[in-house]
Design a protein around this ligand. Structure first.
Ligand SMILES: [Zn+2]
Length: 282
């Protein structure tokens, strides 16, 4: 994905390293994560490993390579967020509405949100209560190592999916669903939640469609990366976790096949009207 040097969003809240101490000085995420991220972003991890060896296996204050890797990652996330802002602003304008930009919170370890307390084990999530997307960068390390999804566009897809939940909130779709809670059986409600997740994948596909059309961001293999990421985080691959009304992103996402298919539908059509995952028989 082409992202270097492109405009960044002003809506990133960087909470990494807020826990204090030595690790925080280096930026707040673990060594393995840094190595994985350098690799994900097309850098040379051996440079990081070399610099780690000289500091006894722990990167310390002033380790410029590790800090640079993190800064690069934060920049990447910010560029992707900016793309989603530009694209959804235009789509909302066409519908005669004004898009409210969400905030992206980068955190390490755990985060406090209007949806409660979440650890990194939750995975990335969107909190409708404060309209913020929360991402612990170590999730991306998991994505690559445990689930086998690699590449920068995979990461962009994850961000675009979370922003998709924000779009659902603004369109009133998630509120409608929430109003059914307790009024329909749990099984029925969970089925609807899966549809909500698949629609966020569809919205990520819409984003990719217009990002390509207006900015030409895609490189060879990028769509495969996104589709692999979609497949890797299907609920048949990740253990279910309930988080109340945090739109729960390690929970009921539909099968890998369904996720791929809805992402591709959004990507190929670019047509919002084709995204009614709720009435679809699939
Ligand atoms: Zn989701």
């Amino acid at each position: 994905m082409r992202w270097k040097g492109r405009a960044q969003s002003g809506n990133v809240e960087d909470r990494r390293g807020l826990s204090g101490g030595k690790v925080a000085a280096g930026g707040g995420i673990g060594v393995l994560v840094v190595v994985a991220l350098v690799w994900l972003l097309g850098g040379d991890p051996s440079q990081v490993i070399d610099s780690l060896q000289t500091t006894g296996g722990q990167y310390a204050t002033g380790d410029s390579t590790a800090i640079k890797a993190e800064a690069e990652l934060a920049e990447f996330a910010s560029v992707v967020l900016k793309d989603t802002e530009d694209i959804w602003r235009a789509i909302f304008r066409e519908m005669g509405q004004t898009y409210r930009e969400p905030t992206l919170v980068l955190f390490s370890g755990a985060a406090e949100s209007a949806c409660g307390y979440s650890s990194s084990a939750t995975g990335p999530f969107y909190c409708p209560g404060d309209e913020k997307v929360y991402i612990d960068l170590s999730f991306l390390d998991d994505l690559q190592r445990k689930l086998g999804a690699v590449g920068d566009f995979a990461m962009a897809y994850i961000i675009a999916h979370e922003v998709g939940h924000h779009v659902q909130k603004q369109l009133g779709i998630s509120d409608q669903l929430q109003s059914l809670r307790g009024r329909v059986s749990e099984t029925e409600y969970n089925k609807k939640l899966v549809r909500l997740e698949l629609q966020a994948d569809f919205f990520a596909g819409i984003w990719a469609h217009y990002a390509q059309k207006t900015k030409g961001i895609l490189e060879e293999g990028d769509v495969d990366e996104a589709v692999n990421a979609a497949a890797a985080v299907g609920d048949d691959r990740i253990q279910m976790q309930s988080q109340g009304y945090v739109v729960p992103d390690a929970f009921t996402h539909g099968t890998s096949e369904q996720r791929k298919s809805w992402f591709l539908k959004g990507f190929r059509s670019g047509d919002l009207n084709q995204g009614d995952t709720f009435s679809s028989a699939e």
